[in-house]
Design a protein. Structure first.
Length: 149
């Protein structure tokens, strides 16, 4: 069973690397298995709540330029800034090299079925979620969650 788990882990890591390889404007520093929080912790902070009111929203008819500006203003992106990107159960430690290019590429390329991405700050204390959400079919949503208790 352990060999199967190792294989599945390697497969997920390779899928994650394939996704990240399409993202321009960032430098990958490291890949870590996500063990920062579990499902119960996400439930406690309201991550799964359909009643949570979004911290911000923008029409899903907005242009790429408007969406990039919206994300930029919500997360205070800077060149050389370190973030963790949550993808396929991994935290990908990245450095922002070109802010607007990075935001646009993260927005368009992380999930092939929808728009959006999840970032965790350098201190792993806050999570920023941007994108499609079933709570509002007409808008893209932004939610910020405190991870540390």
């Amino acid at each position: 069973m352990v060999d199967r788990e190792k294989f599945q882990n390697k497969l997920q890591l390779q899928k994650t690397k394939n996704i990240i390889s399409k993202i321009e404007g960032i430098q990958v520093i490291d890949y870590e298995k996500q063990d920062l929080f579990d499902v119960e912790h996400l439930r406690k902070i309201g991550y799964f709540s359909s009643d949570k009111i979004a911290d911000a929203k923008i029409s899903n008819h907005s242009s790429d330029f408007e969406i990039v500006d919206w994300i930029y203003n919500l997360a205070f992106f800077q060149i050389e800034q370190i973030w963790y990107l949550w993808v396929n159960g991994f935290l990908v430690k990245i450095k922002i090299l070109n802010v607007r290019t990075a935001i646009l590429n993260l927005w368009k390329n992380i999930d092939r079925y929808s728009k959006g991405f999840v970032l965790i700050d350098k201190n792993k204390s806050a999570m920023y979620v941007f994108g499609n959400d079933s709570r509002d079919e007409e808008n893209y949503l932004f939610d910020k969650y405190t991870l540390l208790q």
